[in-house]
Write a protein that binds this ligand. Sequence first.
Ligand SMILES: [Zn+2]
Length: 152
Amino acid sequence: MKCPYCSFEEDKVVDSRVSKDGNAVRRRRECLKCSQRFTTYEYVEKVPLIVIKRDGRRESFSREKLLNGIRIASSKRPVSIDAIERVVNEVEASLDDLKTREIESCKIGEEVMKRLKTLDDITYIRFASVYRSFKDTDELLEEVVHLLEKKD
Ligand SMILES: [Zn+2]
């Protein structure tokens, strides 16, 4: 590992420990030339999740893309970035739990919608109208009525 002080490429590891959550190994290293110490972290590379789109095309799951989708759906709504991040974190965790390498995009959509429903009605409807692509306006209207009924 290149020394951040003098760029020398040889060092020795003086300490190595696993992080509290068990997800990383932290190593203290000492440069063999200038003797300065620095730290490196080692993480397990995540298995990439492949999303199967409606037309059958596949692409790797993008957290950024999901965040953006919800952000757009929630524009001008009282939904904080923190709340959106929380939704995305929960969705990501639920996808991890599935222990699958490939997942249909509509399933991810369902996971998101389940959570948006409790967060903000309008955001939910906007997101759902893109993701679920309601077959017609009747179906969309039905969903809106459904939400309104629940409020009473
Ligand atoms: Zn050095």
